[in-house]
Write a protein that binds this ligand. Sequence first.
Ligand SMILES: O=C(O)CCC(=O)C(=O)O
Length: 162
Amino acid sequence: MAGGRHVTCPATADDELYGASVIRVLKPGTLGLHVHAGNEFVNEYKSMKGLSQQTQLHDQLSFFVVLQVPERGGELCLYDLEWGSTPDEVHTELYPHFSLERDRYFESIARWPITPQVGDLIFFAGGRIWHQVCPFDGKLDRITMGGFTSFSHDDHSLYFWS
Ligand SMILES: O=C(O)CCC(=O)C(=O)O
């Protein structure tokens, strides 16, 4: 998959390595995860600065392994809208990041629910495709382990980070 490139985690300014993945535990009866696209965070967080010097953050891929599925719902929903064709108004303060207002905007857009099972590994274009974890209920948490991946600027490495 890496095409012969070195597969590693990017280094921090202190020469430590970023973590390759995180475990996400989402609780039943909550919203899942609000609609988002990785590209919106590229210039948002301080921690992205060091990363962007090493790797191509824009249009990064997202990945996760499913460790536990909830009883009902909790699909990964991919919207039929990509970053490059997103109307400008979605990037304004009318639709804050991770907000119900913005989730409501996406209600009129077609979406494709994906229901991976325990042990499945999913890679998807989470940088440019708007997506969310849909609400779920039942007794079980939804547990995944995942992060982000893209090529280094010099194209010698495939980086994973979270
Ligand atoms: O771990 C998950 O299921 C959520 C994945 C996700 O939304 C992301 O990687 O941006």
